[in-house]
Write a protein that binds this ligand. Sequence first.
Ligand code: DQA
Length: 148
Amino acid sequence: MTSILVLHGPNLNLLGEREPHIYGHDTLDDINGRLAAMCASNGHEFQTLQSNAEHELVDRLHAARNDGTDFILINPGAFTHTSVALLDAFLATGIPFIEVHLSNLHRREDFRQKSFLASAAVGTIVGLGAQGYELALQAAFKQLADKT
Ligand code: DQA
């Protein structure tokens, strides 16, 4: 069975309450619940972690090297725009990933225009709200199916 890891960065534990005009009304549990159901019905294992700490996300990526993780979805939150450490961790794991953002970064502040991770990602989805995660997961299913 293939295994998909979904990582959520800082402040995403507050989804549903946090600036809902930007990030929507769905909670993280709502989003994870839908992704878990999609994985179950497609025969994939679903794992997830939300952390506000950069080192916990880095440590989880290191663990993914040896725990059978086949594909990763990540919304790195603000670490998108700051974290060489996360980029290096992804390069070290070599596991393919898709970067997801709820908001359309291209329409936002200058400091949100740069992603340190995007150059290493299979692809990115921005601006489609919570649906972006489901679209990314469908893309992950296709990538995994094409590989086998
Ligand atoms: C975000 C965009 C980031 O700039 C921001 O820091 C977030 C959420 C998004 O999903 O739109 O925390 O990643």
